[in-house]
Design a protein around this ligand. Structure first.
Ligand code: HEM
Length: 510
């Protein structure tokens, strides 16, 4: 009996001590939050929803029901000026639209990518995802080594050699659209453009033919979609994975990541075998990825994982963004007949009836470039980037103590009337070569050393697809669809951009 009492007393003491300890830790954490508030509260910002969770409930509310959080960021930028602050727990993130700071921070290698976003994307719900690949690598040396290795696959000379593939894949889309025009079937342009860009990246980057326009059973588009949607929950809502009602969904996201990495392992091994057998392999992205693993004989597990990180990175970064840009461009052209007529005229003047578009032709279609640039101003499909500020900084006269993350949001900058007159108007003339160049307020591909490696690749591909579309077809938007934006990490049109397609010259009723 005495032993029972003694044990009960000990258990009691243990729990009381544990509760005290938890209370003390919580108190220390609150004091730390208070210290952070005192340190950064001189920077303007909206009122916090709560001491502990800062602005997170407003942000979660803004993200619910498919709303675009970037509109709230825009509203706050307009209210609080070129730098404003948001708090969540003990972290502070600054939202910056000051062009001089954008220039200083993004153009310099001294400001690494911040952990809050990029370290988190190492895994997706516990499954290794982007890892230390090119987009997420935070260590400068590790990133620089990979970037140097990947650069040759994006050199101007190498890209010119890809014109054949761009033409060939775009031609498959034209065949599909031709069938739809013949059968008077409305085309879900977003879906079709997604298939083309995925076909292009798998062919060009990994040497694999998917032919997604004719294979609707392929698991890849769905897997990419799951990863992107999962990514946004994972990065923006730290409580998401602890809610049992989300567990089934989270498992599906994990399965999608696993499927991409398993595919990567298979394709990498096939390529390795081809290299070992002395076969002639293309100098494509996959060949460059193999080089990131160091010497052939001494491939460690870490190297293998790094190759898969880059495989997933290129699979995802190299596809959605371009497809969404194209879909937004079709959407805007469908709404603006004068701009559509002008860009069609240019395409007719430059390529006429020619089937194979050359690299030189691309340079001559300057108005089409303007249309694509303007599309990314209003709809930057990868809407921003962020950096860690390791040393004190001054933004527009406001002292910024070191230790915060800065977000640079091209959706916000691109829609501010202090940078672009009548910002919601789609006007390609803003990018005419005689117009004033936007000063660090337009950066859909980010800027500086960590800017998009695939920028030229993406714009060449986009131009080939658009030029062929405009050359061959008249299209009109199916009435009654939404022109809203959907935020799935990347920005995409909410509707599928449904279009009625006709062969050019065919009359409307025909
Ligand atoms: C319209 C199409 C595209 C847009 C708008 C876009 C935009 C961006 C942006 C904003 C970043 C910076 C991301 C960040 O800092 O978090 C980025 C990075 C990157 N993008 Fe793209 N991208 C596009 C197409 C592509 C394509 C087609 C590829 C590859 C074939 C690609 C490969 C990459 C890579 C590897 C990085 C990381 C670069 C580094 O940190 O060294 N992107 N892209």
């Amino acid at each position: 009996m005495a032993l029972f009492h003694l044990t009960a007393d000990w258990i009691c003491y243990f729990f009381i001590s544990l509760l005290c300890l938890i209370f003390i830790v919580f108190l220390c954490f609150c004091l730390y939050i208070k210290y952070i508030h005192l340190k950064y509260d001189h920077i303007p910002g909206p009122p916090r929803d709560s001491f502990l969770f800062g602005h997170s409930s407003t942000m979660l509310r803004e993200m619910s029901n498919g709303r675009v959080i970037h509109n709230k960021f825009l509203e706050w930028s307009q209210t609080y000026g070129p730098v404003y602050r948001l708090n969540v727990l003990h972290t502070v993130t600054l939202f910056v639209t000051c062009p001089d700071t954008i220039k200083e921070v993004l153009m310099s290698p001294k400001y690494p990518k911040n952990d809050l976003v990029y370290k988190r994307l190492f895994n997706l719900f516990g499954q290794r995802f982007f890892g230390d690949g090119l987009v997420t690598a935070r260590d400068h040396d590790l990133w620089y080594k990979q970037r140097r290795i990947m650069d040759p696959a994006f050199s101007s000379l190498y890209l010119q050699g890809l014109m054949g593939t761009f033409n060939e894949r775009a031609e498959k889309l034209m065949d599909k659209l031709g069938e739809m025009a013949d059968t008077h079937t409305a085309a879900n342009m977003h879906h079709l453009l997604n298939c083309v860009t995925l076909d292009v990246i798998t062919k060009v980057a990994f040497g694999v033919d998917l032919d997604l326009l004719n294979d609707s059973d392929s698991p890849f588009p769905k897997a990419i979609e799951m990863c992107l949607k999962g990514m946004i929950h994972y990065v923006r809502d730290i409580t998401f994975e602890f809610n049992p009602k989300n567990w089934k969904y989270i498992n599906k996201v994990r399965e999608s990541v696993k499927m991409l990495r398993t595919t990567g392992r298979k394709w990498i091994n096939e390529r390795k075998r081809a290299v070992q057998n002395g076969e002639n392999v293309p100098k494509d992205i996959l060949t460059q990825i193999l080089k990131t693993a160091g010497s052939e004989e001494n491939i460690q597990n870490d190297d293998e994982e790094l190759m898969l990180d880059n495989f997933v990175t290129f699979f995802i970064a190299g596809q959605e963004t371009t497809a969404n840009q194209l879909a937004f461009a079709v959407m805007e052209l469908g709404r603006l007949p004068e701009i559509l007529a002008k860009v069609k005229q240019e395409v007719d003047d430059v390529i006429g009836m020619k089937q194979e578009i050359s690299f030189d032709d691309l340079g001559k279609m300057t108005y089409l470039s303007q249309v694509l640039k303007e599309t990314l101003r209003l709809y930057p499909t990868a809407p921003g980037t962020s950096r860690y500020i390791p040393k004190d900084l001054n933004i527009n006269g406001i002292h910024i103590p070191a230790g915060v993350a800065c977000m640079f949001n091209s959706y916000v900058s691109g829609r501010m009337d202090m940078f672009f007159e009548d910002p919601l108007k789609f006007d390609p003339e803003r990018f005419h070569h005689n117009a004033a160049k936007p000063y660090y307020c337009y950066y859909p591909f980010a800027l500086g050393p960590r800017s998009c490696l695939g920028q030229n690749f993406a714009q060449m591909e986009a131009k080939v697809v658009m030029a062929k579309l405009l050359q061959r077809f008249d299209f009109s938007l199916v009435p009654g669809q939404s022109f809203d934006i959907m935020d799935t990490g990347t920005l995409r049109p909410k509707s599928g951009v449904m279009c009625n397609i006709r062969h050019r010259g065919q009359n409307t009723t025909g």
